[in-house]
Write a protein that binds this ligand. Structure first.
Ligand code: NG6
Ligand code: CA
Length: 504
């Protein structure tokens, strides 16, 4: 009897010890950061020492991918463990769209919750909110991050260039004056609303295309908004505000004595690039470069906070991006001009970038830091995709994904922490025009489509062709030599696999 009591005490103690030792997990998810935008990935003309530190003390991937070359699909996939192209309405969303992630499925944050973690999202959301249209922004908007699995959320709803230009904390707009209720639409300006189209003289940064709606902080946005004057953000404070909220959440988790999962969706370096005043003009690369410096600083602030709290040793930190780079994404901020002058290549050696089907679209920086288990200063050339984070972390946490639930997520945990160099068996890349690409064993097949070779406005190579395209990425990483005619069997094999996956 006595023995069995002792034994159960021992088991409980072991369980507690195990619970205490479970690593915190922090995903630092940058916006529109290209493969060539960090000095640890070979960037010239810009220096990112705080992010480089993660690579020097961790594992840097050369062949890791987000699932889409735009924001919403990649974010949908990383959180839900599903390819976004399986679901309608998951392309770049307006700021008044409804929640795209079903609330009844297993998600990455729910896996952590189930394992006893406290979970949070801080930063950019861009996955829609609520389930009624139009959204009533003046009360708690639900479902949202909470129903997706985040205990705490401090977000902006869509992008910094889309209305509503407000913060939301746990579903409610921060600082909203009830006498000045908010309305949002994407069709027409409200009576008396100042827009970039009608008041260009009010703008401190001009739109090169598409951002001529609601004006806040001297910047025209996409969409319109009425009311909420006191709740609107100042762009220069976005970095500071999100850093502060991220650290507050970390402190909260310490108080709760729970390990944390924090998905910090950094707003930089998406447009409008309007970094904190201390960073303006500090790079040679216009506001885009300044935004990279601010992002590097934000990472440093979070690293320092973890170190001060003694958490750095037992926190897995992943740094990555949601899609490839773009220089002019709709504002004249001197980024395209400075890059052209200096020969700066934000996608590194790869062609294409944001929106495109070429490798620059989805091949992104991916760094894993975990001092206890990941060898410092190592490089992995394994094929890896962000859609696998859910199953990989489930494996780490000994959590079982429900067998009767479909997911695209697969366990590549050992690859993720550098204990193996096993490639993902194949990945699917989603460009903006939805003509999917598939990559397997170094071969990449691009589905034929109609459209321009160079995307107008952003001046990015789309990768679009009316013909089948097949590239051998190992010999031809720049996708210059179309081998589709020379290897018809390879084309057929990859096409078949793509169709089979689509039909799953
Ligand atoms: C485009 C916007 C671009 C950016 C993008 C979404 C124009 C001309 N372009 O439609 O500025 O907001 O959508 O970016 O309006 S993402 O990273 O969130 O996918
Ligand atoms: Ca993005």
């Amino acid at each position: 009897m006595k023995k069995s009591i002792l034994l159960s005490f021992f088991c409980v103690a072991m369980l507690l010890l195990h619970a205490q030792q479970r690593p915190n997990v922090l995903i630092l998810y940058a916006d529109d950061l290209g493969y060539g935008d960090l000095s640890c990935y070979g960037a010239q003309h810009i220096s990112t020492p705080r992010i480089d530190w993660l690579a020097e003390n961790g594992l840097r991937f050369t062949n890791a991918h987000c699932t889409g070359s735009t924001c919403t699909p990649s974010r949908f996939s990383i959180l839900s463990g599903r390819y976004a192209w399986r679901k309608k309405g998951t392309n770049i969303l307006p700021g008044n769209a409804n929640l795209t992630i079903p609330t009844d499925i297993t998600t990455l944050p729910k896996v952590f919750q189930h394992a006893g973690y406290t979970t949070a999202v801080v930063g950019k959301w861009h996955l829609g909110l609520g389930d009624t249209f139009p959204i009533d922004w003046n009360k708690e908007v639900t479902p949202g991050p909470k129903e997706v699995g985040f205990d705490y959320s401090f977000i902006f709803p869509a992008t910094a260039d889309r209305t509503p230009t407000v913060f939301m904390e746990n579903g409610t707009i921060l600082g909203l004056d009830s006498l000045d209720p908010i309305q949002v639409n994407y069709k027409h300006a409200y009576p008396g609303e100042l827009t970039g189209k009608n008041h260009p003289e009010m703008l401190k940064i001009k739109s090169s295309q598409g951002h001529d709606g609601h004006i806040v902080n001297g910047i025209g946005r996409i969409g319109f908004m009425e009311g909420g004057k006191r709740a609107e953000w100042t762009d220069e404070e976005l970095g500071y505000t999100f850093n502060t909220k991220a650290i507050d959440f970390i402190d909260q988790s310490l108080q709760e004595k729970k390990p944390f999962f924090l998905y910090y969706a950094i707003h930089n370096i998406h447009v409008p690039r309007m970094p904190g005043t201390a960073f303006k003009g500090k790079s040679q690369l216009g506001y885009r470069g300044d935004a990279i410096l601010e992002m590097n600083h934000s990472v440093g602030v979070i690293l320092d906070a973890l170190k001060d709290r003694g958490l750095l040793e037992n926190t897995i930190i992943i740094f990555s991006s949601d899609n490839g780079p773009v220089l002019d994404d709709g504002y004249f901020d001197n980024s395209a001009e400075t890059a052209a002058k200096l020969g700066y290549k934000p996608a590194g050696i790869y062609r294409g970038g944001k929106y495109s089907a070429l490798e620059g679209g989805t091949r992104i920086p991916f760094i894993v830091y975990w001092p206890k288990h990941v060898k410092p200063n190592t490089v992995s050339n394994a094929l890896f995709t962000q859609v696998d984070l859910m199953a990989s972390f489930a494996k780490m946490l000994h959590e079982k994904l429900p067998l009767n639930e479909f997911t695209d997520s697969r366990d590549y945990f050992t690859t993720m922490i550098g204990k193996s160099d096993r490639d993902r068996n194949y990945i699917i890349e989603q460009p903006e025009n939805m003509a999917l690409c598939i990559v397997k064993d170094g071969w990449k097949y691009l589905t034929p489509a109609n459209g321009p070779a160079i995307l107008p406005g952003v001046n990015i190579e789309s990768g679009i062709s009316q013909e089948d395209q097949l590239y051998n990425l190992k010999n031809d990483p720049r996708e210059l030599h179309n081998l589709a005619r020379a290897y018809p069997q390879k084309v057929a094999e990859l096409k078949k696999l793509l169709e089979k996956t689509k039909a799953e």
